[in-house]
Write a protein that binds this ligand. Sequence first.
Ligand SMILES: Cc1ncc(COP(=O)(O)O)c(C=O)c1O
Length: 376
Amino acid sequence: MTAGSRIPFFPPDLFEDDRTVLLDLLLELGMSPEQRFILGKHTRRFEQLLQESLGAADVVACSSGTSALDLALTAVGVGPGDEVVVPAFGCAPLAASVVQLGAAPVFADIHPHTMVADPVEVERRITARTKAVMPAHVFSVMADMPAFAEMARRHRVRLIEDSAVAQGAVLDGTPAGLWGEAGVFSFVQVKSFGMPGEGGVVVTRDAGIGQRVRMLRNHGQDGSRRFLHHVIGRNSRFDEIQAAFQVHRFGGLPDRLERRAAVAAYYTERFAPLAERGIVPPPAGKDGRCHYVYTVLADRRQALTEHLRERGIDCHAYYPLPLPLQPAFAVFAAPGDRWPHAERAGRRALSLPVHHRLSDADVEYIADAVCAFAGT
Ligand SMILES: Cc1ncc(COP(=O)(O)O)c(C=O)c1O
């Protein structure tokens, strides 16, 4: 795409290189005598690829990232009467997955710069009813998982890692997804390893949790015998065509992630001098970084948005209203509790395109436009 033309936030040609493979798989699986469309050999292969590459005890494919959170929370025993501490700033499934189990989300404020749950804020909300803490990696920076792991041990609470957006990120040598007892990835189209449909996985270093999640995703059956239901499960099965497609695309993932990281690093270098002009980039560095979207904090967000749109650059403001202020979740907001950093991030966060299909010229054009707005 050339400077001056429209640069979409998410690329319309996401699957361009693999379109023929997708159509071939559709034909192959659609015509195969087995007529196996869910939880077959392709799903198993996909799970194994992820499990081996991560060094996880188990990876269980399921119907979405949201469902993966539900399965993980259920597998560690979250239920009615429990509390789960979650970030106040983030996506709805963080709170909804807890509520669906009859438990209560307790909202903790975030770090003002990285926008992930602040361990101090989480810890001060732990009570005798707390069953689990569930930090989430949000935009560029993974949550402080060493602090959460230590906190979970000390308070004897379960640790679920919402790593839905952080596939491929590594912090202190440990991959995102493996810091908690269970983590999740989402494969919805726009994620770093998105696919043309809905899907997710639960990732775990605990084989017992993996086994429970396997049963839960398919109506409580253990895979060896049909119509024997050990627990009350869900329908959260994985699609075979998508699994075969993801297996095909898995080899290219490191290069795509590398491209995102390079684009993000370039932006951060260009934007570092803008901090005193009201545009703050994420912290520089590689450890514990993920690049689902690239988000700056802008004092004059609306004006910056208009400036970029006038130049054909798409941008998004994620999570303008913190979770405890949402009509759906306000009932769970503790009276008198406050989340000033979440509210401030909701007013200032602006995400720029960072996907692998951006050309160098696109990236330079976007950076130039942001710098021009700041007057540099
Ligand atoms: C942090 C986080 N958690 C969970 C989810 C849910 O994933 P899915 O959309 O696959 O249900 C998302 C997706 O937007 C997310 O960003």
